[in-house]
Design a protein around this ligand. Structure first.
Ligand SMILES: Cc1cc2nc3c(=O)[nH]c(=O)nc-3n(C[C@H](O)[C@H](O)[C@H](O)COP(=O)(O)O)c2cc1C
Length: 331
């Protein structure tokens, strides 16, 4: 059967969803106003002279600037610019699109995103109208490149974080979480767990680099619990999800390495508590300093605002663990 125009457009959309595209925000300045639109339809044309093409919907406000021959800036977005892309993709009114992001405004020039992977200035030299869109060919008049940023992607109608995703996958694999075959996607609890592993991997490798012996993940979790005031072996066993025998064995190893000492519980003579040893002081000081630096690094990668809002959300009192009513009992 011959495809109708409508079905062939849908087929094309569906096929294009298979592609991984880089994401940019195209900016322009005209008559004292600034313009920004998210874009994925762009690529290089020639290197001599250096030129690129963009496809811009003729209904977009930015197209009017192109029609006037105005300069454009193609800001190639990094992984932490997803929210900027949403805003410039029509998420907010045009004048609010520059409220988020480290934008540099030079009088009469298109705004430039200071921490973009790269910003490419283009002088339109040719515009070919085709149906709803204009194919704009621009000669490159300037490039600003930041080599330390990883790019944001767009795939199957959603944003993609290639490097962060790869790092998470590695961590998930090492924790054998990947075995669930994709069923682990979308659950906040698993995201929080992966995030914990991410921090712990960073902490462990920095401690090793400073010459400390290997600290296992359960020992690392025990350290965190003791620092939070969980001192009884039985409570540690519950929080770490291991048996009492398991926690005794782990604590004995920590005692042998002189990280902790086991003392009688002053409030209950029959029980014992775990406390940090004098000798563990330097290890703990190093760990705290490393954790501070990991927070700082995370702030650089996901943006300070995202970090602060993550911190505030996690620090809020969520109330007691929820009691979700069952809808049947196991057979
Ligand atoms: C990820 C993404 C990619 C987009 N790519 C393009 C594109 O390549 N060309 C285009 O004309 N519009 C594209 N758009 C839509 C425009 O960004 C959107 O229509 C924009 O808000 C128009 O700006 P205006 O409201 O100032 O007219 C894209 C939107 C998103 C979210």
């Amino acid at each position: 059967m011959e495809p109708t125009p409508q079905t062939s457009a849908n087929d094309l959309r569906s096929a294009l969803r298979a592609l991984v595209r880089p994401v940019a925000v195209v900016t322009a300045a005209h008559a004292g106003r600034h313009y920004a639109m998210a874009a994925t339809a762009f690529c290089e044309v020639s290197m001599d002279p250096p030129s690129m093409l963009l496809c811009i919907n003729r209904a977009n406000a930015t197209h009017a600037v192109v029609a006037e021959g105005g300069e454009l800036c193609l800001n190639l977005l990094a992984e932490d610019h997803c929210e900027i892309s949403r805003r410039c993709g029509g998420g907010v009114e045009p004048e609010e699109r520059f409220d988020l992001g480290d934008w540099v405004f030079d009088p009469g020039r298109p705004p430039r995103l200071a921490d973009a992977c790269a910003s490419i200035l283009l002088r339109p030299v040719r515009v070919v109208d085709h149906a709803t869109h204009a194919v704009v060919i621009g000669e490159v008049t300037g490039v600003t490149r930041r080599g330390d940023r990883s790019p944001l992607g767009f795939h199957d109608g959603a944003y993609l974080f290639p490097l962060a995703g790869a790092a998470f996958n590695l961590v998930a694999q090492s924790a054998r979480l990947g075995e669930a075959g994709g069923m682990t996607d979308g659950f906040l609890m698993l995201d929080v767990m992966r995030a914990f592993y991410w921090f712990d991997e960073g902490l462990q490798s920095a401690l090793r680099a400073r010459g400390w012996d290997e600290v296992s993940r359960s020992q690392s979790m025990a350290f965190a619990n003791i620092a939070l005031g969980v001192r009884r072996p039985i409570d540690l066993a519950r929080n770490l999800g291991i048996t009492r025998q398991g926690v005794s064995k782990m604590l004995q190893e920590m005692v042998d390495r002189e990280w902790v000492v086991i003392e009688p519980d002053p409030t209950d003579k029959r029980a014992s508590i775990v406390v940090f040893s004098e000798k563990s002081q330097q290890l703990r000081a190093d760990a705290l300093e490393i954790l501070d630096r990991i927070d700082e690094e995370l702030g650089k990668r996901i943006g300070r605002k995202a970090l602060e809002s993550l911190r505030a959300t996690l620090a809020r009192d969520w109330g007691p663990p929820p009691e979700i009513a069952g809808n049947g009992s196991p057979q």
